[in-house]
Design a protein around this ligand. Structure first.
Ligand code: SMG
Ligand code: MG
Length: 367
């Protein structure tokens, strides 16, 4: 297709409640959206970079800058662009997977809409709905945590993930296990807050029969995760460490992870995300779909990905009302603990014009 324009837009949208992780607290999302325009189609992509470079080195102002000055010009200069070409065209620019993913998704959405193909079908989805889990932030106290988990379980979520950090790990896990029983699917996420020297402490989580412990060690310590995996019985899952299918293959080969959390933004887009899935599936490693507090635009595409066969664990694909009072698309709602995979063409959703307009803080069109 001929890419005529890339419309960039920043929107501000408050979170229903603060979300605290080992690296910081999010109270609102400042989201960069991309709309790709071709003569006969348009497509949307959401950049998952946060306001500050705390989850990874990317942040939304930088994503905007690299798109405006380095990425968009390369795409706009490409005569006959396809989604499959985007990563190659952008490869000379090092890093910035979240910025690249937003662009690739917008181009892919436009391409799929032009051929009336749903993203789920294009990716190889095998399910019409996906099991939903919920990620529960670090709380001020155990009673507050138990209340939050109670509410989510009442809403039907199929799995609980607790954010942990030193000082908020064994006690909250024990409290949730004791209160909700052995049947509850329970896992934890440390967002790199520990070191290998903490292995004996992390082994204290072993008795609680967790599904997995996500990214306990720094992102560049893949070997450390392999060593940790020998000292604890909880399966190790990688998130931040995996930025490509090659990373996934290498981590699996050295025994650094038994599970992988796939986030398209972290690996540069849905095409690489599918390759990560394929590598994991070929190696018998289960995967699940992570989340970055997406609006309905990012969520729609994540839910399509989560319908692939290797996604055998519930994802951080929660309903819109877990995040926002009012989403920018038709809200995603839980049906018996599941989200329906959009069946429209492309990502299957578009922003609601009035809501988008009211939330917009900045826009620029690149041609
Ligand atoms: O989208 O429900 C969501 C958030 C899930 O915990 C979540 N994401 O490391 O997996 C992770 C975190 C990263 C984002 S925290 C601001
Ligand atoms: Mg994580």
């Amino acid at each position: 297709m001929k890419l005529e324009a890339l419309e960039l837009r920043r929107i501000g949208i408050p979170l229903i409640a603060p979300f605290r992780t080992s690296f910081g607290t999010e109270t609102a999302r400042d989201v960069l959206l991309v709309r790709a325009v071709s003569p006969d189609s348009e497509g949307w992509g959401e950049c998952v970079a946060m306001s500050e470079p705390l989850y990874s080195s990317e942040y939304v102002d930088m994503a905007q800058h690299v798109i405006v000055h380095h990425l968009a010009p390369r795409l706009l200069a490409t005569g006959d662009l396809t989604a499959a070409l985007v990563a190659n065209v952008l490869a000379p620019v090092k890093g910035h997977p979240m910025a690249k993913a937003a662009l690739e998704t917008a181009v892919l959405d436009a391409e799929l809409r032009a051929t009336s193909t749903p993203l789920s079908a294009y990716l190889g989805a095998v399910r019409a709905e996906v099991d939903s889990g919920v990620s529960v932030g670090i709380m001020g106290s155990i009673p507050e945590l138990l209340d939050a988990v109670t509410t989510y379980l009442d809403q039907g979520y199929m799995r609980i993930k607790l954010k942990i950090e030193p000082g908020w790990d064994v006690a909250p896990v024990r409290a949730v296990r004791e209160r909700f029983g052995d049947e509850l699917l329970l896992q934890v996420d440390a967002n790199t807050a520990y070191t290998l020297a903490d292995a004996p402490h992390l082994a204290k989580l072993d008795p609680f029969d967790l599904l997995l412990i996500e990214q306990p060690l720094p992102e560049d310590d893949v070997r450390g995760h392999a060593q940790l995996a020998k000292q604890i019985t909880t399966p190790v899952c990688l998130d931040e460490s995996i930025e490509s299918a090659r990373d996934a293959a290498a981590a699996i080969a050295i025994g650094a992870c038994a599970v992988i959390n796939i986030k398209p933004g972290r690996v540069g887009g849905y095409l690489e995300a599918r390759r990560v899935h394929d590598v994991c599936t070929a190696n018998g490693v289960p995967v699940w779909c992570g989340g970055m507090l997406e609006t309905g635009i990012g969520r729609a595409a994540n839910v399509a990905l989560a319908a692939l066969p290797g996604f055998v664990l519930p994802g951080d694909t929660s309903a819109s009302d877990r995040y926002f009072e009012e989403d920018i698309t038709e809200p995603f709602v839980l049906h018996d603990g599941r989200l329906r995979v959009p069946d429209g063409t492309g990502i299957g959703v578009t922003p609601i014009a009035e809501i988008l307009k009211a939330r917009t803080t900045w826009t620029e069109t690149l041609t």
